[in-house]
Design a protein around this ligand. Structure first.
Ligand code: THG
Length: 367
């Protein structure tokens, strides 16, 4: 593939210098920013993520900040997940839908205070939608993108590394909770979360000037833990069933089709956009849904377009992400499958650019 020309529109991050020094081999574009995808090789990165600890530049997880008296009301307008029980210090995975119930983003929301929230977004320009709703409803709330850049620490040795830099108290942070921790005199939110199933933290680095000092401190403190620069891993995240907005779902899909019905409380999320549309789908249920797809045979190429799923000569869905898994010794995939063919064990064929391969539909992902 040709190179991407650098320019101001393709934003660097506060950690880009460290990422380059670590020998990044490939990037993707996410929220108009560079997101590393490979350091040593996708497979080497995968084994290392599962056995050691990695530091990830996930500054592309931009924050949409809501601040002011109507912040809570606006947040509840944005998502069908009921936020009434959410306390400051909690993170919620929240589907964001449009007026038709179509997915606009699948961020992590952080409640900092009753009147202050961060929405840690996936790859779509959610800021415009949020500003539009705030303005259209004349809400008393400020909506902007603050100078906050998440840095993830992921892998089985994350607790040890984080304790060395932030102190032992960081070990007590529970899954999808965050606390405030000091780094060089700056207070930062540190959550137990991240886009892998290997455990770890996300540090919401406050101020671009703190990027490289924190990156370097983590690399220095973790030398004997074999810390290395890493990034969301394309194999591991499929094994774990972590969905990728724009790849595995778009605004053509409802949360229920994405398997995110458990994060929707359509009857109690009063005032949320898309509620009427979702009330219908939550009662009737979706007619197609995300499934784990095991692809038999040779290692598949990268998936950069939808691959049709066929039952004989009838298309019954598609595969949207796939990779060869060294640990499960098979190809793992994410697909969207029609109700008639979504049961565990259903055998279908997938049409990849390199040929037709048999697949099995699975009820659950690998990890
Ligand atoms: N962390 C933060 N922001 C993010 C991501 C992240 N923004 C972009 C992208 N990732 C958003 N998508 C996801 C997808 C899955 C999860 C988080 C964000 C996730 N899911 C867990 C799971 O499915 O096992 C837990 C969900 C739960 O039980 O609440 O973590 O990674 N800051």
């Amino acid at each position: 593939m040709a190179l991407i020309s650098p320019s101001r529109r393709l934003r660097r991050t506060p950690f880009s210098e460290g990422v380059e020094a670590a020998g990044v081999k490939a990037y993707t574009v996410y929220n108009h920013m560079l997101l590393p995808t490979v350091f040593r090789s996708v497979e080497e990165d995968y084994h290392h993520l599962k056995s050691a600890v990695q530091v990830w530049d996930v500054a592309v997880e931009r924050q949409v900040e809501l601040r002011g008296p109507d912040a809570g009301r606006l947040m509840q307008m944005l998502t069908p997940r009921d936020l009434r029980g959410m306390m400051p210090g909690q993170c919620y995975y929240v589907p964001i839908v449009d007026e038709t119930g179509g997915m606009l983003n699948d961020p992590v929301a952080l409640k900092l205070a009753e009147d202050r929230w961060w929405i840690s977004i996936a790859d779509s320009d959610l800021l415009f939608w949020v500003k539009g709703i705030a303005y259209g409803y004349r809400l008393d709330v400020l909506v902007d993108e603050p100078d906050i850049s998440p840095l993830a620490v992921q892998g089985p040795k994350s607790d040890e590394l984080m304790a060395r830099v932030f102190g032992d108290a960081v070990r007590d942070v529970k899954f999808f909770r965050f606390g405030w921790f000091d780094f060089k005199g700056r207070s930062m939110a540190v959550a137990r979360s991240g886009y892998s199933k290997q455990g770890g933290f996300e540090i919401y680095v406050d101020g671009a000037d703190m990027g490289m000092p924190l990156w370097n401190a983590l690399m220095e403190a973790g030398k004997d833990l074999d810390v290395h620069a890493g990034c969301p891993n394309g194999i591991e995240r499929i094994e774990g069933g972590l969905l990728s907005y724009g790849n595995d779902m778009t605004d053509e899909n409802t949360p229920h089709e994405c398997g995110l019905g458990r994060f929707c409380n359509t009857s109690t999320a009063i005032g949320c956009v898309g509620r009427d549309a979702l009330l219908r789908v939550s009662q009737e249920g979706p007619v197609r849904q995300v499934r784990a797809i095991e692809i038999h045979g040779d290692a598949v190429p990268g998936c950069d377009r939808l691959w049709p799923l066929m039952a004989g000569d009838r298309q019954v869905g598609h595969v949207s992400s796939a990779a060869y898994s060294p640990d499960f010794v098979t190809n793992v995939g994410v697909g969207m499958v029609r109700m008639t063919h979504w049961d565990e064990g259903t055998e279908l064929d997938v049409v990849t650019p390199t040929g037709v391969q048999p697949v099995t539909v699975k009820e659950t992902f690998w990890i």
